[in-house]
Design a protein around this ligand. Structure first.
Ligand SMILES: *[C@@H]1O[C@H](CO)[C@@H](O)[C@H](O)[C@H]1NC(C)=O
Ligand SMILES: *[C@@H]1O[C@H](CO)[C@@H](O)[C@H](O)[C@H]1NC(C)=O
Ligand SMILES: *[C@@H]1O[C@H](CO)[C@@H](O)[C@H](O)[C@H]1NC(C)=O
Ligand SMILES: *[C@@H]1O[C@H](CO)[C@@H](O)[C@H](O)[C@H]1NC(C)=O
Ligand SMILES: *[C@@H]1O[C@H](CO)[C@@H](O)[C@H](O)[C@H]1NC(C)=O
Ligand SMILES: *[C@@H]1O[C@H](CO)[C@@H](O)[C@H](O)[C@H]1NC(C)=O
Length: 853
């Protein structure tokens, strides 16, 4: 019994002793030196440390294992697995425990050995009498002059091998300012030797900035160009922890990268390892270990230019290296043996280089999903055509690319370090001699042959038809009013003029430009439209919309028009269509495209609109160069204009029109960049009765369709509000909703929601205008967008409240709920990120359900 008591007491005592021992351990540094700073002429000896105010970092002397070499450095306070984020005396360890850290009389921070000789110094030339050094909670050791109140030195400006959040890495170069003279980060020699190793890492900003790891002078790895959001060559740079990079500009015009962690209490560091690999590490408090956040890059392709020039490295193929089309291995034998170092060479010299008089012109072959080659030159170009011309102008130009977020890049000479990045990379246009362009060219030739053949056959049939028709005319002298063009070939090109003359008596739609019973709508004869659009020629084609192609045309009076040739899926008869068009023509609003007239002939139905010289919004918004024309004010005006036009359709017009296909390519811009909604009312013709709440055919475009519409075919004015919300987010962010399908976030909406919930909404704003847009207004705008894209139609505001919220800054906004359906769903559409054409299409309900992740 007593024995037991004794044991219990003994146990308690030992627990007490253990506890006090642990608490002693915890506060051990505080006992020795509780401070986070030292003043001039003060010093700390080996054994005591500085601890930052928030207890995150600690500075003092350390050594490895049983070694007697002592280094001065900074590490994480209270983390058992030490990670030294900064080391002072990398090359000169102190051999015993007699060293000290102090601020000398001249104001420099120094590390002294046992003989009081300097093994390290902050080495600044300014003389100060009252400096102090502080270890801040972000891991920055800052030496300041108290007299002038200025920071004179900081460890963040002289890093070793580690990047810490908040550090500014200069990224100017290019124009010569602030180009790094020294490598920014320098690896250790081994895990236990902090002296200078073989690898360095810095920002190369000759074109768009990229991170490059060097081995001596040689490049060993690079991140790919920065596009305002990610480094384009890092495929897994999509996880949330990698999203924190930003390229900022300081007041002197120099640019720098800075990384901000999502959560300040996270312990994150980036390191250039002694083995030459760049790693991002994060402390896992539960498992008490450092996790490497990036998945290991594919070893085969990560080494710089591992396949040599003009070759593509592709890990998904058994043959890792392949020559770009039009190129062949420089040394076939060694290439076959797997020694790719010599790369590939051009098969047929460019005409531009040789000046040969071979028939074909040099052209460009587009290769998609690539990590763009190194050593790009940035040039100014207003669009892809001008970018291409910039390349064509110089005979040594070998490729160009017009990349979102970067702009026009061209390359001279060898294309180095090209890698295939499935679904992540950019499109590169490679210059080739005509004979090497291959398939694309051959195909067009086949098409030409086919077209000519078909044309001849058509002509034959047509001749026969005329012959038959004329005979009929002669034999029976009946009027041809009831033939009504049913036999007529519609797309006959050459003779349409004569034809209309010949038939003018019988076809009742030949009145050109006559107003119809006082309405604003004119009826045009088909033939006059054929002439105006140069027979719907390819050159006149402006684009392809959901309901058919659009052509540019010129009336005899010189007025420019846009003609929409409706696809033939509408089941409406001519009369019905005419009535419908007369109703739609009555809709007039400054933010709607004006319908001037229409034309009907047999199956063929044409709509004639006013012509908009500035094309559509997507043409500006998603073009890296034209984007710059849309500053914040302009974008806001466009958003407001669209909202007004939509409100008119929903509420103020005599008809209640649900647009059902609102998207960037349906917003046209006039010469003053005022937005005008187009294609409104067409859903009435194509989708049946607007009063029905449910339709069997879903008309619309993935990415803009509200969940209830895409999945159940239910539509209402709230489905337009949803599309408006998507459009608003696209305008503010400068990003296509569907451009997100390969990234960490499944959609723009998902991305927006994540930033919203993490209170980082400003990051959604297009980097081009982020700094110049009024923060509160931009955040308000995004807030309204988030309200519009909510899953539940009833929770979405209607257009009049949207307009009110946009225009008055005082109304308080309700909190949006998370758009689960769209933010969790990936779009499996076939719309390519890089296609410039509008690729909306009609789909049936069974096709429209998009699959989950
Ligand atoms: C200090 O800087 C001067 C010139 O700025 C340089 O010559 C000297 O080597 C540096 N000393 C140390 C210890 O780094
Ligand atoms: C150094 O600066 C601090 C803060 O400005 C001041 O309190 C102190 O008196 C100064 N000491 C000397 C020696 O100038
Ligand atoms: C660094 O380079 C030296 C000399 O080329 C070499 O012997 C050593 O193994 C290299 N170290 C590492 C870590 O690659
Ligand atoms: C940041 O992380 C800490 C600890 O992991 C957690 O308690 C806190 O809620 C996080 N803060 C935010 C804003 O996520
Ligand atoms: C590959 O070829 C180059 C040049 O012919 C040669 O210098 C190099 O040693 C070769 N590499 C291997 C691994 O054989
Ligand atoms: C082509 O570009 C290269 C590199 O910028 C330049 O050296 C050369 O003069 C240019 N040639 C012409 C014809 O513009």
């Amino acid at each position: 019994m007593f024995k037991d008591m004794g044991m219990i007491i003994g146990f308690k005592v030992s627990i007490f002793m253990l506890l006090s021992f642990f608490s002693f351990l915890c506060f051990y540094p505080l006992f020795l030196h509780a401070a986070n700073s030292i003043k001039q002429n003060e010093s700390i000896k080996d054994g005591s440390t500085l601890v930052s105010e928030g207890l995150k970092f600690e500075m003092g002397f350390f050594s490895f294992d049983n070694s007697s070499s002592r280094y001065v450095g900074i590490w994480y306070h209270n983390i058992p697995t030490s990670a030294y984020v900064w080391v002072a005396n990398r090359e000169k360890p102190i051999r015993n425990r007699e060293g000290s850290i102090t601020i000398k009389n001249d104001g420099n921070l120094v590390v002294l050995d046992d003989n009081n000789s300097e093994v390290w110094s902050s080495n600044i030339s300014i003389q100060t009498k009252n400096s102090s050094v502080v270890l801040r909670n972000d891991g920055n050791l800052v030496l300041s002059d108290a007299e002038v109140g200025k920071e004179i030195w900081q460890s963040f400006e002289e890093p070793t091998d580690t990047y810490l959040p908040g550090m500014k890495v200069p990224a100017s170069g290019g124009n010569g300012i602030e180009k790094n003279q020294n490598p920014t980060f320098w690896s250790w020699k081994s895990t236990k030797d902090p002296s200078f190793g073989n690898y360095t890492m810095s920002v190369d900003s000759d074109a768009s900035p990229q991170i490059v790891v060097f081995e001596g002078e040689k490049r060993r790895w690079r991140s790919g160009y920065w596009d305002g959001r990610v480094f384009t060559g890092v495929p897994n740079m999509t996880g949330s922890y990698l999203f924190g990079f930003r390229l900022n500009t300081n007041d002197k015009g120099g640019r720098y990268f800075v990384y901000e962690a999502l959560n300040n209490s996270d312990k994150i560091r980036f390191q250039i390892g002694w083995d030459g690999y760049e790693r991002q590490l994060r402390w896992n408090e539960d498992e008490k270990e450092w996790n490497v956040l990036q998945t290991e890059p594919s070893k085969k392709c990560e080494f710089y230019n591992s396949c040599g020039g003009f070759a593509v490295c592709d890990v998904s193929h058994s043959q890792v290296c392949r020559c770009i089309q039009g190129f062949e291995p420089t040394d076939m034998n060694s290439w076959k043996n797997g020694n790719w170092s010599k790369g590939c060479k051009r098969m047929t010299p460019l005409k531009a280089e040789t000046g040969s008089n071979s028939s074909g012109e040099d052209g460009f072959l587009v290769q998609r999903d690539l990590k763009l080659p190194d050593f790009a030159h940035l040039v100014n170009a207003v669009d892809t055509n001008e970018c291409e011309n910039n390349c064509l102008k110089n005979s040594s130009c070998t490729a160009y690319a017009n990349a979102i977020g970067i702009g026009c890049m061209i390359w001279f000479g060898e294309l180095a370090d090209v890698q295939s990045l499935e679904n992540y990379g950019n499109a590169l246009n490679i210059r080739l001699a005509d004979s090497d362009l291959g398939d694309g060219k051959k195909k067009t030739k086949i098409w030409i042959i086919l077209a000519v053949g078909v044309g001849l056959i058509c002509l034959g049939i047509f001749a026969w038809l005329i012959w038959r028709f004329k005979r009929k005319f002669k034999v029976s002298s009946t009027t041809c009013s009831n033939t009504n063009g049913d036999d007529q070939p519609i797309s006959e090109p050459i003779r349409s003029k004569d034809l209309s003359a010949e038939f003018s008596g019988s076809v009742d739609l030949s009145l050109v430009g006559n107003p119809l019973s006082g309405a604003e709508l004119s009826l045009f004869s088909f033939s006059s439209i054929v002439i105006a659009t140069n027979n719907f020629s390819e050159e006149n084609k402006l684009g392809q919309g959901g309901f058919g192609p659009v052509y540019k045309g010129k009336l005899p009076e010189g007025e420019q028009i846009a003609v929409k040739r409706l696809s033939k899926q509408s089941s409406q008869g001519s009369e019905e269509f005419k009535n419908e068009m007369m109703l739609i023509a009555k809709l007039q609003h400054v933010n709607l495209v004006r319908l001037l007239g229409c034309s009907i002939q047999g199956e063929e139905k044409l709509l004639v609109y006013e012509y908009m010289p500035n094309k559509s919004l997507d043409f500006f918004l998603f073009d890296p160069v034209k984007q710059t024309k849309l500053d914040w004010t302009r974008r806001f005006e466009i958003i407001e204009g669209i909202a007004r036009g939509l409100l008119y359709l929903h509420r103020d017009s005599r008809l209640r029109i649900i647009h059902r296909d609102l998207k960037a390519s349906n917003i046209l811009l006039d010469e003053n960049m005022n937005p005008k909604i187009s294609d409104f009312g067409l859903a009435r013709i194509f989708g049946g009765n607007q009063n029905e709440a449910n339709t069997a055919r879903v008309v619309g475009t993935y990415g803009y369709m509200s969940p209830e519409y895409a999945m159940e075919g239910l539509f209402s004015i709230k489905s337009d509000v949803y599309s408006f919300g998507v459009l608003l987010l696209e305008i503010v962010s400068g990003r296509k909703n569907t451009s997100f399908r390969h990234s960490y976030d499944p959609s723009l909406i998902g991305y927006a929601w994540r930033l919203w919930s993490e209170e980082r909404v400003m990051e959604l704003v297009d980097p081009l205008i982020r700094d110049s847009s009024p923060k509160s207004k931009a955040m308000r705008c995004i807030h309204i967008g988030m309200l519009c894209v909510q899953d539940s139609a009833t929770h979405r505001p209607n257009m009049s409240s949207v307009l009110l919220m946009l225009e008055s800054e005082s109304t308080t906004l309700p909190l949006p709920s998370q758009p689960l359906v769209t933010s969790m769903r990936r779009y499996t559409d076939t719309e390519e990120f890089h296609t410039q054409q509008d690729s909306s299409y009609d789909i049936t309900v069974s096709d429209s359900v998009v699959t989950g992740r």
